[in-house]
Design a protein around this ligand. Sequence first.
Ligand SMILES: *Cc1c(COP(=O)(O)O)cnc(C)c1O
Length: 399
Amino acid sequence: MPASSAPVIEPPRLGEPWLLTPGPLTTSWAVKSAMLRDWGSWDDDFRAMTADLRARLLALLGPGGDSYDCVPMQGSGTFAVEAMLGTFVPRQARALVLANGAYGQRAAEALRVMGREPVVLDKGDYLPPRGAEVAAILARDPAISHVVAIHCETSSGILNPLEEIAETVAAAGRTLLVDSMSAFGAVPLDPATVPFEAMVSSANKCIEGVPGFGFVFAKKAALAAAKGVAHSLSLDVHAQWAAMEKTGQWRFTPPTHVVAAFLQALREHAAEDGVTGRGARYAANRDALVAGMRALGFETLLDDRWLSPIIVTFFQPADPAFAFPRFYAAMKARGFVIYPGKLTAVESFRLGCIGRIDTKVVGALLDAVAETLREMGVESAAPPASALAERARLGETVA
Ligand SMILES: *Cc1c(COP(=O)(O)O)cnc(C)c1O
């Protein structure tokens, strides 16, 4: 990454802690400041902002994005996932959900709630769904028309093998829907290499905006064909798209200040050399974080090969002096908000690599971790044997 494109990171000006979390995350002062002005949602100025937002997002898809459009949807990321599933999985269709964590489970749950009972490949807490097993399920069940995949499963931090999955789904002549909430903007996702029908992400992840809306990318032909498919009035991507194409407006009150902040975040993303620069900064954060934590005696859940540049899961130390609530509070007192783990079998916690942070911030975080361990009287950060056994099992399964 050329040094000139890396942003200068300043500490949060109001003295708030750094957020080492997967979103909401630490944003720049300019992003926060962009929210100080009010906008009329009907006014031309705001319509121009919406058009700019859609065009800038589409450009991030890369050359394969020509036949796609981008539709912002109010709400948190889950609202956009639910809108995508409801709009592109027809009522009678059968979808296969590839789940290896909370977000895959949530996509399956959303389909159930809207009466589209899915088939679920459940890989547990963190094992990656692989092309061969997906191919076998699709061969066995010709009624499956859609496959739902999670790009980075934020519960464990695993970067799922999306290209392999996309190839399999395309070869079987089925349709791919992707939740790239926590990866889009930092991990390349060009439809030329990952042919998807629709994909979703949100404002408060790798683009480094504030929470308030998500956005769905979909093939224009699929958007046009999806009239009347949605189960919901407000979570209807086709209707939002049709209204935006016609009037330039969102159908219901848009999060105007969040959109203004997001446009500033997109300008900063572009100034950082887009997906390449953003991905390089996050990968450098991850590398510094993993090396530093390992030097302190911690171990990662995942093998290097599966570690995303988004968020990393670490095992909690076996040392009886370690207690997560105390660790969390002591880290917060030192200016760092961390994230609890989400594994069912072993105790863990997570540290994010995304947001307005760099390796200097990671260095300060590592110093805070070392001090906190000393303060707590933790002599070794090594995980319990059961955690290492779990990881060995993972290695055998994904080799
Ligand atoms: C953040 C995230 C979501 C959306 O979560 P919300 O809390 O609704 O914003 C969905 N999927 C993944 C993979 C995520 O990381």
